[in-house]
Design a protein around this ligand. Structure first.
Ligand code: ADP
Length: 432
């Protein structure tokens, strides 16, 4: 390939040669015309290729355009390669960018990117949901125009972002507790991270309530016990009175013991995250045990029926099952007035599920209480529950045991008519 200068020198030489030959044979005018003609050919060729180059640069499909031959081929080829490389680079940057966006979108936390003047540069879908934003509509708006809670505006203006900010917000269905924190990055930009801590806050509130409830439940019998002790210390009581006081002290101590035992049972159940084992429990034997305990507790005050409609085995943890069934029977006895009847049945339904049911003709429970009965320390009537020796933990324990056996606790009750508590076990836990 000749260089540009060699081509140029060759062209001049050719023009001179053509001019010399034409002028010596045909005259001077023909010599000038011959030289111009020789120079015009590459000029026209170059002009055509310049026009092509223009088309080339305007085209979207530069890579697939045919290349001209000759010297221009190299220019076109280099351009084509440059465009191809650039396109590949843009594509890989776009892919990387999309990956970042997808990762930010997949985050369970809300993310908002702010510029140096707190305008929204980008935000993910979770942040849109938390704050009712729409990136399309709100891009480049100042964040404080969109999140107008005073505590947030103060947090933003204070510029002290070391600590997070806890903010309550009305959600579409319920209130949300959001933990916000701003992190500076890049060129005076800020990243606003938002975490939904509603469940954590609820768990924290439940823990506080639980501690308060336990303390309250313990304080009452301790206070009563201390009162008796002080009386016995300061007064010279007669033997019969003393034994009466001892009996009352014993009942308070018993109440504390039951509470501590139930708390320990609950703690053990909560600590055990594995499903219950598959011990083969004979339902008929279990029913006989329940009947004995029930009759001892009722002391002839209630009419009982214990029926095993389908003789079968339950696969579960015997100790836990006995405690759950016993809790339901003892509740029926404790909340059902004397003479009323209590029916305890075991059956296997048409789906092969095992059902343990305790039906009483007691006072029943109003519907607004039903969904809360399995909460720890929830009672329909506080004083009645205490009078009957209840700790308020019985149904919470039953619910935990049911969960560990993949069973359902179903409560049906009509005030004034009675209640039926049913534990329904999956067919996988029933054996014949
Ligand atoms: P407690 O130790 O107070 O009995 P539970 O968790 O066993 O606690 O029961 C929660 C509440 O449910 C009780 O306080 C009582 O108000 C109500 N309850 C449970 N079983 C019955 C029932 N068979 N009849 C009426 N009310 C019941």
């Amino acid at each position: 390939m000749l260089s540009v200068i060699s081509r140029f020198i060759l062209l001049i030489c050719l023009a001179f040669l053509a001019a010399y030959i034409a002028s010596s044979n045909l005259g001077h005018y023909y010599g000038v015309a011959a030289a111009i003609s020789v120079l015009a050919v590459p000029l026209i060729y170059s002009y055509i290729n310049l026009a092509r180059l223009r088309r080339f640069t305007l085209s979207d499909s530069v890579e697939s355009m045919p290349l001209p031959s000759g010297y221009w081929e190299e220019i076109f080829f280099r351009l084509q390669r440059l465009v191809r490389n650039l396109k590949q680079q843009i594509l890989s940057i776009e892919k990387q960018h999309n990956r970042f966006i997808e990762a930010f979108q997949a985050s369970p936390n809300g993310i908002v990117m702010l510029d140096s003047e707190d305008h929204i540069e980008w935000c993910n879908a979770i942040a849109e949901r938390f704050f009712g934003l729409s990136f399309k509509r709100d891009a480049l708006q100042r964040i404080n125009f969109l999140i107008r809670r005073p505590e947030f505006i103060q947090y933003l203006y204070k510029r002290a972002f070391e600590d997070p900010l806890l903010m309550e917000r009305m959600g579409p269905s319920s209130n949300l507790s959001l933990m916000l924190q701003i992190f500076p990055f890049g060129d005076q930009r800020h990243l606003l991270l938002v975490q939904d801590v509603t469940d954590l806050q609820k768990a924290d509130a439940m823990r506080r309530d639980f501690v308060a409830n336990v303390s309250h439940e313990m304080r009452t019998p301790i206070t009563v016990l201390m009162g008796f002790l002080e009386t016995m210390q300061s007064l010279d009581l007669e033997k019969s009175q003393q034994s009466q006081y001892f009996e009352m002290m014993m009942s308070q101590a018993q109440r504390m013991k039951s509470l501590v035992e139930d708390l320990l049972t609950l703690a053990n159940l909560e600590a055990n995250t594995l499903p219950a084992s598959l011990e083969k429990i004979n339902i008929a034997t279990l029913m006989a045990l329940l009947k004995n305990d029930a009759e001892a507790l009722s002391q002839g005050r209630h009419a009982f029926s214990f029926e095993v409609l389908n003789q079968s085995y339950l696969l579960g943890e015997e100790r836990e099952i006995l405690s759950a069934f016993g809790n339901l029977v003892s509740n029926a006895i404790r909340y059902t007035p004397d003479i009323a009847s209590i029916h305890v049945t075991w059956s296997v339904n048409e789906h092969g599920e095992g059902e343990f049911s305790v039906a009483d003709t007691g006072p029943g429970i109003a519907s607004e209480h039903l969904s809360r009965l399995t909460e720890r320390f929830y009672r329909v009537d506080r004083s009645r529950s205490r009078d009957t020796g209840g700790t308020g933990l019985g149904l919470a324990i039953v619910k935990h045991i049911a969960n560990r056996h993949q069973a359902q606790l179903i409560i049906n009750s009509t005030p004034g008519q009675g209640s039926t508590f049913t534990l329904r076990f999956p067919k996988e836990r029933i054996s014949t």
